[in-house]
Design a protein. Structure first.
Length: 239
C-alpha cells in the first residue's frame, strides 16, 4: 500500500505495485517525492497514482490504442480521514467511515485533544512476526492481564517509588487495583480499555491541565489527564 499527500494536500492510497508487470514501486517507508518511477521498466506515476510517463512510449512498439491513462495505479476502494488518522479499505462496498468508527470517535478525540500542538509521530517502531492469526494480536484490550504480565513495568515503578522523595515521578501501582477502570465494547470489533490513574498529577500531561480545562470542561480534562486509555480500532490500530 502506498499512501500519499499530493501538492494540494489531498490524500491518496494505491496498491504499491506497478500497473505494467506488478513490480513493487517503492520500498521506503516514508519520504517526499512528486512521482514514483518503477524500478523495473521505468513507468512513472504521480502522487495520485496516475500514470504520467511510459518509458519508450514514443519510440517503442506500443499500439496506437495504448493509452497510459488506462494503466494508473489501482486505488483502494475507500479512503477516509478522521482527526489526522487515515483509514482505508481495499474493497469499495463498505459502510461510511463514521458509521464504522461509531463511538470510537469519542476516544480518538480524547487522544488528539490532549495538546494544543496536536500529535507528534515519533520516529522508529517495533516489528513483530507471528505465525498465528495476526488479528489475534489485537485482542488485548483488557486490564485482567496487567498484573500477571507486566511485572517488569510494575517492578520498575515500585523501584522508582523508592527513590528519594521528589527525585523521580512514577505511578503509585499499589493503588491501581482500587481505582475505577473498564473495557468498553464499541462495536465493529473496536474497544477501549481505560483505568483511572493514581497520582495523576505526576503524569507528564498534568502540567498542561489548563489547556483541556479551558478548551472543554473539568470532567473531560480529567479523562484526558488522569485516565490511561488504550483504544483498539479493529483490526489493526492501537492508540
Ligand atoms: S513493472 Fe513497472 S514498468 Fe514494468
Amino acid at each position: 500500500m502506498l499512501v500519499t499527500r499530493d501538492a494540494d494536500g489531498e490524500i491518496h492510497a494505491v496498491i504499491n505495485a506497478c500497473s505494467h508487470r506488478g513490480a513493487q514501486l517503492t520500498v521506503t517507508k516514508r519520504g517526499n517525492k512528486p512521482t514514483f518511477m518503477c524500478p523495473y521498466h521505468g513507468w512513472v506515476y504521480d502522487a495520485a497514482g496516475t500514470c504520467v510517463d511510459v518509458n519508450d512510449h514514443a519510440s517503442g512498439n506500443y499500439p496506437e490504442y495504448f493509452n497510459k491513462l488506462d494503466h494508473n495505479l489501482r486505488k483502494l476502494g475507500q479512503v477516509g480521514v478522521y482527526r489526522g488518522f487515515i483509514f482505508g479499505s481495499i474493497v469499495e462496498d463498505v459502510e461510511p467511515l463514521e458509521t464504522w468508527m461509531g463511538d470510537s470517535t469519542v476516544f480518538i478525540d480524547m487522544f488528539v485533544d490532549q495538546s494544543p500542538d496536536g500529535l507528534e509521530v515519533l520516529k522508529g517502531g517495533v516489528h513483530y512476526t507471528t505465525t498465528s492469526n495476526w488479528k489475534l494480536q489485537l485482542e488485548n484490550p483488557d486490564g485482567y492481564h496487567f498484573f500477571p504480565v507486566h511485572t517488569g513495568y510494575i517492578a520498575l515503578a515500585n523501584r522508582r517509588d523508592d527513590a528519594p522523595k521528589g527525585t523521580l515521578k512514577t505511578i503509585d501501582v499499589s493503588q491501581m487495583q482500587e481505582l475505577p477502570g473498564a473495557v468498553y465494547d464499541l462495536g465493529h470489533g473496536h474497544g477501549t480499555a481505560w483505568a483511572w490513574m493514581p497520582n495523576g498529577e505526576e503524569r507528564p500531561l498534568a502540567k498542561s491541565r489548563e489547556f483541556p480545562e479551558e478548551q472543554f470542561d473539568k470532567d473531560r480534562a480529567n479523562w484526558l489527564i488522569d485516565c490511561v486509555r488504550f483504544q483498539l480500532m479493529f483490526p489493526n490500530l492501537w492508540l
